[in-house]
Design a protein around this ligand. Structure first.
Ligand code: NDP
Ligand code: OXD
Length: 310
């Protein structure tokens, strides 16, 4: 029985080597060289793979995302019905995302964009000192990544709030949930950070209405999915001065088209979907563990809840 790796990225060989390092006896196939479809018992996939294609494998027991997000696996035509889908929970992804969030929160909090502009103009001018205890951070999503970022920011002394679907406790973090909770949190958010999964409920959550709820001069960080943000609404809020700046790692579509105004906006920082990059050698053990569990009929880990959409 074999594992089929399905991605168009160059990571395919790294994944094969990482899985073989965990268990040299594994039979790894690289799409489209699947061999006999009846051999495939697990598919490890990243975006751009046609999930409808997975219906070809009659003995498929498990589908695994090569990342934390699963929106690319669930979008139509979706995975074959009845096959469990797992995602990654990986400490290196969590570390990478926490670093990205802290980097940009501190960049905005410490007026780095203003100092960069002053440097370009050779202006020596001390700006008013920012007060950490007064800079309120609102995080959309307090899951694996959101909770870790929240804890890191709490340790700096920022007041941290987090918005979730269900009530959630993270030490030192004020929790809001549901639609009313979102509005209440945004009204007191000076730096917003999006770490939600992309679902029909969360698509477009950062839009003209929600941006307007935030105090004038607030900042936006989006490192979840491009579909969470209505880019035109953000550009309008930046141009009116209501939003001071944004740090964006994710876009719709990706790559961000060369002519898109976000590339050249002076108050926008663009990263190429690199906030937290999967390291196959770190992630492979949980994939092999899940495959063994599936073979032995044991409970699987890190499963997607199809009813919640993540
Ligand atoms: P989790 O599933 O662990 O956490 C998701 C959080 O979002 C939970 O707190 C959940 O609430 C909350 N949530 C989901 N739906 C809603 C809703 N409708 N309303 C309010 N809150 C909601 O995900 P991760 O933290 O592991 O990852 C988050 C996302 O980050 C991924 O889905 C992916 O898109 C993105 N990502 C981006 C990367 C990058 O490099 N840019 C790298 C890795 C991930 P509750 O607690 O109630 O369940
Ligand atoms: C992920 C990502 O979901 O890298 O892991 O975007």
């Amino acid at each position: 029985m074999a594992i089929l790796l399905c991605t168009k990225t160059t990571a395919m060989n790294d994944w094969r080597d990482a899985l073989l390092a965990v268990d040299p006896a594994l039979d790894i196939r690289l799409f489209p060289e699947a061999g006999d479809p009846a051999d495939i018992e697990a598919a490890v996939c990243w975006n751009q793979h046609d999930m409808g294609e997975l219906r070809r494998y009659p003995n498929l027991k498990l589908i695994v995302s090569m990342g934390a997000g699963v929106d690319h696996l669930l979008r139509q035509p979706g995975p074959p019905p009845g096959i469990p889908v797992a995602r990654l929970k990986d400490h290196m992804l969590t570390t990478g995302m926490t670093e990205f969030v802290v980097l940009n929160v501190l960049r905005f909090h410490r007026q780095d964009l203003d100092y960069r502009a002053q440097q370009a103009a050779r202006v020596w001018n001390e700006l008013p000192a920012p007060v950490t205890a007064e800079r309120r951070i609102g995080i959309l999503g307090l899951g694996e990544l959101g909770a870790a970022s929240a804890r890191a920011l709490v340790s700096f002394g920022f007041p941290v709030m987090g918005w979730t679907r269900t009530p959630r406790e993270v030490e030192g973090v004020t929790n809001f949930h549901g639609e009313d909770g979102l509005d209440a949190m945004l009204r007191q958010t000076d730096i917003l950070c999006c770490l939600l999964p992309l679902t029909p409920q969360t698509r477009g959550v950062i839009n003209a209405r929600t941006l307007a709820l935030m105090p004038r001069g607030a900042f936006v960080i989006n490192s979840a999915r491009g579909g969470h943000l209505v880019a035109e609404d953000l550009l309008a809020a930046l141009d009116s001065g209501h939003i001071a700046a944004a740090a964006l790692d994710v876009f719709e579509p990706e790559p961000l088209p060369a002519e898109h105004p976000l590339w050249s906006h002076p108050r926008v920082l663009v990263w190429p979907h690199a906030a937290a990059i999967t390291i196959p050698s770190s992630a492979a053990p949980q994939v092999v563990d899940n495959l063994r569990r599936a073979r032995e009929g044991r409970e699987l880990i890190n499963l997607v809840d199809f009813s919640a959409g993540y």
